[in-house]
Ligand binder design. Structure first.
Ligand SMILES: Nc1ncnc2c1ncn2[C@@H]1O[C@H](COP(=O)(O)OP(=O)(O)O)[C@@H](O)[C@H]1O
Ligand SMILES: O=C(O)C[C@@H](O)[C@H](O)C(=O)COP(=O)(O)O
Length: 325
């Protein structure tokens, strides 16, 4: 089953939200207290998705705010060289800093992230910095849930969503729930529901949908039942290594298994999944195939050290899918 986009649009995808720095532990299988060296990469979920999609060949842009310092300049340059249009990444003028994510790899199954995100530049993106003329050129607006955590970024995203709806741009909501950015689950649930109700496509993990619904144990069927009362017509629910599902409003349900690999760390799975899933969907490969693309891309990235730098090209994903039929 295919998903259709407005093919007259110049950009395939414009992401909005944070572009930050990941500092990934070089020493594996160690707690962070004992980790002495880290490698620097561009990070931040929507930046990772933008980079992944650009690497696959989509025409991608980004709306966000960068610190006016060495880290901000590193991020802009890396993204531009990866093929992302950075013309709408504004530079903060008030001394706000870049968000940092230190990663800990205690074992392949036990990974965690320590975030430094106090007063970060990305959450200071203002509504006036979201340009309708730019956004209307895209097939997709990709919204990251974390950008809803604080004002003025929250209002900037809400403005982008309403401009997208006015201009025939599909809203894709990547739930991207990061607890430390929020005051409470109640608060998250309010803003997640507000954007979810206006989104065409949602992508999230089982747990993230429970946060959105402010419940402990929702079922996939309950979630999609609620979402289909509003704008959504495609809901992707990821179940980690157990695989993922896509529910279409037509009633069709698609399932994909994950691709076993030698896992180095688990982070990066979600962002690589989203970038390859959206790539396949935009290229008209159909929902079933898009799930496979997402899963194969995630499998490749969890076997590597980074999230952004490790994003695969289309041939690698196609090769893995062909090898495992
Ligand atoms: N250990 C793993 N090995 C291979 N693929 C994995 C593994 N963990 C996750 N994946 C793939 O990545 C996708 C997203 O992972 P998940 O953990 O659900 O999301 P997130 O990283 O956003 O929490 C899964 O649907 C699966 O295809
Ligand atoms: O999103 C962040 O700020 C951190 C990411 O850059 C990091 O690479 C990561 O957590 C990716 O994990 P995923 O969202 O599960 O793909």
């Amino acid at each position: 089953m295919n998903y259709t986009f407005n093919i007259d649009k110049e950009f395939d995808l414009i992401a909005i939200g944070r572009a930050c720095i990941d500092l990934n532990a070089n020493e594996y299988n160690r707690p962070m207290e004992e980790t002495m060296t880290f490698t620097k990469y561009v990070g931040g979920s929507p930046a990772n998705v933008a980079i992944g999609s650009a690497k696959l060949g989509l025409k991608v842009g980004f709306i966000g705010k960068l610190a006016d310092d060495q880290h901000g300049r590193f991020i802009e340059r890396y993204m531009r060289e990866a093929g992302v249009d950075t013309s709408n990444m504004v530079i903060d003028q008030e001394g706000h800093k870049t968000g940092l994510a230190f990663t800990e790899i205690k074992s392949p199954e036990e990974c965690s992230i320590l975030m430094y995100r106090d007063n970060v530049a990305d959450l200071h993106l203002a509504p006036s910095e979201v340009d309708e003329e730019y956004l209307k050129k895209s097939k997709i607006l990709l919204v990251s849930g974390t950008a809803l955590a604080k004002s003025p970024s929250r209002e900037a995203v809400l403005k982008a969503v309403s401009l997208a709806k006015r201009n025939d741009v599909k809203v894709v909501f990547e739930l991207d729930y990061r607890p430390y950015t929020w005051n409470s689950i109640e608060e998250t649930s309010v803003y997640y529901s507000l954007v979810a109700e206006q989104s065409d496509i949602l992508i999230g993990t089982r747990d993230e949908y429970d946060v959105m619904e402010n419940t402990e144990k929702g079922t996939n069927e309950e979630i999609v039942g609620n979402l289909f009362k509003h704008s959504s017509d495609l809901v992707v629910i990821k179940h980690g290594v157990e695989g993922s599902y896509a529910y279409a409003k037509s009633g069709k349900v698609f399932k994909a298994k994950s691709y076993k690999t030698k896992v180095l760390k688990t982070f990066g799975a979600g962002d690589s999944y989203a970038s390859a899933f959206l790539y396949a969907l935009v290229r008209g490969k159909g929902i079933e195939s898009a799930l496979k693309f997402g899963s194969a891309s995630a499998s490749i990235v969890v076997s590597k050290h980074s999230s952004s730098e490790a994003m695969p090209v289309a041939e690698e994903i196609e090769g893995l899918i062909a090898e495992r039929v």
